[in-house]
Write a protein that binds this ligand. Structure first.
Ligand code: SF4
Length: 219
């Protein structure tokens, strides 16, 4: 069984545009899994921390495949807490399916997932999330050796750069994005983060879902 987050009483599986990272703007089917091992202060999906609803992996795959799109984004919560279930789920997806996993970078995936997943969107949490990622530096270094791994950091401003830099991750794999819960704060913070990206020579990630849909969850 796989535990899926529930939104308004429904298992959270939806078709939308990838809002962050190097595939921003690409249509994709999203599956949000339940449960997380971090409790970030500004988490915008706190409802995913609970038990969610249990589906068989086959049922979850049928729901994903009900959409015409064959690009899947597995998010959470922390999806890698359910690696065994993901391996089973992926066995029902066609080989041409493109799979991205959004992870907080605290749990390494088993080799079976490494072989199947096309892209890892690793989002380590800095101290301003109330958590911090320094204890997970070795895990993050292991992610850096995986093909298809990118690291996207929510930052508030220049004061956060030292914490990012200290991890020693490949600069060409880094993306910075604004800490914002709504469209108004996103538009205010974006120029600050753009300036950081130019100063440090790293990519900017938009948060397209906030720009398009403001605070609406599940989009
Ligand atoms: S890791 Fe992600 S899902 Fe988990 S608490 Fe932090 S922001 Fe929320």
């Amino acid at each position: 069984m796989i535990r899926v987050a529930q939104l308004e009483g429904e298992a959270e599986i939806f078709y939308s545009l990838q809002g962050e990272g190097v595939r921003t703007g690409e249509p994709a089917v999203f599956l949000r899994l339940a449960g997380c091992n971090m409790h970030c202060a500004w988490c915008d999906t706190k409802y995913s921390w609970g038990a969610g609803v249990e589906l068989t992996e086959e049922d979850a795959a049928h729901r994903l495949l009900a959409f015409a799109c064959r690009h899947f984004v597995i998010t959470g919560g922390e999806p890698l807490l359910q690696s065994d279930s993901l391996e089973k789920l992926f066995s029902y997806l066609p080989p041409e399916a493109v799979i991205e996993i959004e992870t907080n970078g605290t749990v390494l995936p088993p080799s079976s997932l490494v072989q199947r997943v096309n892209q890892w969107n690793v989002s380590p949490k800095l101290r301003h999330a109330g958590t911090g990622c320094a204890p997970y530096a070795e895990v993050l270094a292991s992610f850096a050796s995986l093909p298809g791994a990118w690291f996207k950091f929510v930052v508030r401003g220049e004061e956060d750069w030292g914490e990012v830099e200290a991890l020693g991750l490949p600069p060409e794999k880094l993306l910075l994005m604004p800490c914002a819960a709504d469209r108004e704060s996103y538009r205010r913070e974006l120029p600050i983060v753009s300036t950081m990206c130019l100063r440090h020579g790293v990519r900017l990630s938009p948060r397209l879902h906030i720009e398009l849909w403001d605070k609406r969850p599940g989009c």
